[in-house]
Design a protein around this ligand. Sequence first.
Ligand code: CP
Length: 334
Amino acid sequence: MTGVRHPAQDAKRLVATASGTERESVAWPHRDLLSLEELTADEITVILDTAEAFEDVSTRSVKKVPALRGRVVVNLFFEDSTRTRTSFTLAAQRLSADVIDFTARTSALNKGESLRDTVRNIEAMGVDLIVCRHSASGAPYLIARNVNCSVINAGDGRHEHPTQGLLDIYTIRQAKKRIDGLNVAIVGDVANSRVARSNLHGLLKLGAEVSFVGPTTLVPKAFEQLGANIYHNFDAVIDRFDVINMLRVQRERVTSNVFPSLEEYSRLFGLTNERMKRAKPDVLVMHPGPINRGVEMSADVADGQKSAILRQVANGLSVRMAVMFLCKQAADVG
Ligand code: CP
């Protein structure tokens, strides 16, 4: 791309020199990150490469670069979170931003203020970037339409969780050295999972084959239209997969009896050491967290040699640094 430098080069230089003052055209045009469905394969690769450049920062004694110095990031979380919220906070701090944690439960939303008014008031205080998690699918789009600052989706209802999808894909690429041609299973509560959707869109764009595995009530045949293979018998297909990403059973979103009992679910779809004997010897086991140990997977699999679960969490930092850095650059240019 003549005259346009890959943003990972910017990130590498930033990490190397800690100058952070240069500004050029970059191959990343988006002020916001709302979904992976709307990104191209090249744009996803730009994020992954930029995250790789930022990885070094987390291993230094001084874990900071000045990329967002003087900028303000607001964490706007309307749903509980351990990993995503902490990861965005730490990532923003490593980019030298000031971070504000907005807590919906103690805000003027409880006095009847609308989401639109809330975000417009927050932006009026000079905020540069809003990170939003909301139980309503589409809430980050509503926010992005009503503010001029950057908006990053940290999970909206059953729609998407783009940074989780990116950190999952980053972790797979790190372990397997490629995405193209891999056979990836996403197992469990697909119907209620924003993680499944973000993984599906990102993995398909980068050339992987994606299979959804689970009971018919949670993995409807209609999902084939999204480009995934659909399987209801885990044992019959487990030996095909290079990666098995186990989804949490989302008790808060499961509104009716979609399987007879958690014991029955675990017996048919839980990843145990016994079931792992049928998987490929080099299979990579993943889970976005939080885990229901003994339901989606046994504790020994979660903590075992093939598990990448804590690596996923660690990689989330570099990925979120990359996303905030790129969106801020695009906002400054545009
Ligand atoms: N994976 C994930 O989104 O975890 P949290 O709900 O803890 O943020």
